[in-house]
Write a protein that binds this ligand. Structure first.
Ligand code: PEP
Ligand code: MN
Length: 336
């Protein structure tokens, strides 16, 4: 059950609500986000909801049968929209495109990518400065200095930044230079990181775990929301299956399922989802048809020279074609 309460409620009035809920055998957690104040109540006992409805300061009481509550679609009629400023909004019914290299490498690479995005009217650039790599000897990113350099060039061009945060200590370091914190597939269940991301007022995109279920992804999002941050989106990026013909198996099924289960925007990453450059486009278009709110993919001026993930990275020509086809596919879908 989710009880929405008035932010102006006095501590004494809030206490009256909480004691009443507890007397019904429900455990309570208070949640205060950028957008609202809630009491999440967990319990099983059936009772007449009117017992609560009349208490002072209650805006609404919603019963949510799902085990995750705040991210469930069951209580929130309007879908979550995330406003990044300057008219860049995710989840407002438009298709968000986020593109850029796997790793941020050099000033020249950043500038070329920014120019490519500006030319194609793409407003969000991806790129890693803290890279989770399977081998400790692989390129692990330029770190915070790389992010600062990127921020300068991106801001001049009006481009927003999405980049992976790997650990709690990086949240504060990155804060001034980032628009969306990406939680990578290897960190989907890093609950300390999720908790801390709930305490910042910045958008968060949580990728699905490498072998994670849809439900686990929703629980991970619940952590962030419950700690106070509603500016949340999910990302399907492929899961590990028995299939070895592709790097991962992009779970197209997850897209409509997530859209049904949650009010959060659903972004799809076809680059990691299939891991093979020439198949990124068809998978990206399939994701749009399946209802994705956005696509995030890898592009580089010279994919064969990329410091990481070159095999799944589009060059700028391929990227321009993809952007055009994404938009056409999205328009076609909306015409049905
Ligand atoms: C990435 O986006 O470059 C990345 C490492 O993604 P994932 O966490 O999905 O593997
Ligand atoms: Mn990558």
């Amino acid at each position: 059950m989710i009880i929405q309460i008035q932010p102006s409620l006095t501590a004494a009035d809030k206490e009256i609500i909480i004691s009443k809920v507890k007397s019904l055998d429900y455990k309570t957690t208070e949640v205060k986000t950028q957008h609202g104040n809630y009491i999440v109540a967990i319990g099983k006992k059936e009772f007449d909801i009117r017992q609560l409805g009349h208490l002072k300061g209650i805006i609404d009481v919603h019963r949510v049968s799902d085990d995750y509550k705040l991210v469930s679609r069951k209580w929130k009629i309007s879908r979550t929209k995330i406003d990044l400023g300057h008219n860049v909004i995710i989840g407002d019914g438009s298709l968000s495109i986020m593109a850029g290299p796997c790793s941020i490498e050099t000033e020249d690479q950043i500038q070329k990518t920014v120019d490519h995005l500006v030319k194609n009217n793409v407003k969000i650039m991806r790129g890693g400065v803290f890279k989770p790599r399977s081998s400790p000897y692989a390129f692990r990113g330029l770190g915070i200095e790389g992010l600062k350099m990127w921020y300068k060039l991106a801001r001049q061009a009006g481009i927003k930044i999405v980049s992976e945060v790997m650990q709690v200590s990086q949240i504060g370091e990155m804060y001034d230079y980032i628009d969306i914190y990406q939680v990578g597939a290897r960190n989907t269940q890093n609950f300390n990181l999720l908790d801390e991301l709930g305490r910042v007022d910045r958008a968060v995109m949580i990728k699905r775990g490498i072998s994670g279920t849809i439900e686990e992804l929703l629980y991970s999002a619940e952590y962030v929301f419950a700690a106070g941050n509603e500016k949340l989106m999910l990302c399907e990026r492929g899961i590990r299956t028995y299939e070895r013909a592709s790097r991962n198996t992009l779970d197209v099924n997850a897209i409509p399922i997530l859209k049904e289960k949650t009010h959060l925007p659903v972004i799809v990453d076809p680059s990691h989802g299939i891991g093979i450059r020439q198949y990124v486009e068809p998978i990206a278009l399939a994701a749009v048809m399946a209802g994705a709110d956005g696509i995030i993919y890898e592009t580089h001026q010279k994919p064969e020279e990329a410091a990481s993930d070159g095999q799944q990275t589009l060059d700028f020509e391929e990227s321009s074609v993809l952007i055009d086809r994404l938009r056409k596919t999205f328009a076609l879908k909306n015409s049905f």
